[in-house]
Design a protein around this ligand. Structure first.
Ligand code: SF4
Length: 125
């Protein structure tokens, strides 16, 4: 039987791998080869750590939970248009120099663009 921390990590990886549609708690434990009791305990632990959210769902006449990750790992796609990647000032850019991320207009514009996209996707106004 895998150690509890290993089980939590494997469970979290599976939940992240099914981020869009979520994964039923029962399906997760079947894939991990654990018992439903172990599964419930692990899901509650992951929820308590703020790593997942559980949504109650009626499935085949029984109440269960569908599990979703609260956060997804950053992907390379999320930074491909970061201005720093192609910036000619990059070798001289440092927080202690005149050229720095703290006063860079290009970086600020990019971050504001990301923030406005994120808020429009989440429905904030
Ligand atoms: S913070 Fe600005 S100046 Fe510095 S590397 Fe990024 S884009 Fe270039």
């Amino acid at each position: 039987m895998p150690r509890r921390i290993d089980l939590e990590q494997k469970a979290l990886q599976l939940i992240i791998g099914n981020a869009c549609q979520g994964i039923l708690q029962s399906e997760l434990w079947r894939k991990l080869g654990g018992s439903s009791r172990e599964g419930s305990r692990t899901a509650i632990k992951l929820e308590g750590k703020g790593l997942i959210r559980r949504e109650k769902e009626l499935c085949n006449g029984r109440w269960t939970f569908r599990l979703y990750p609260k956060r997804l790992p950053a992907s390379l796609d999320s930074i491909t248009d970061c201005p720093c990647l192609m910036c000619p000032e990059s070798p001289r850019c440092d927080s202690s120099s005149a050229i720095s991320p703290q006063n860079c207009e290009k970086l600020t514009e990019w971050l504001l663009f990301l923030a406005s996209n994120e808020s429009s996707e989440s429905g904030d106004s």
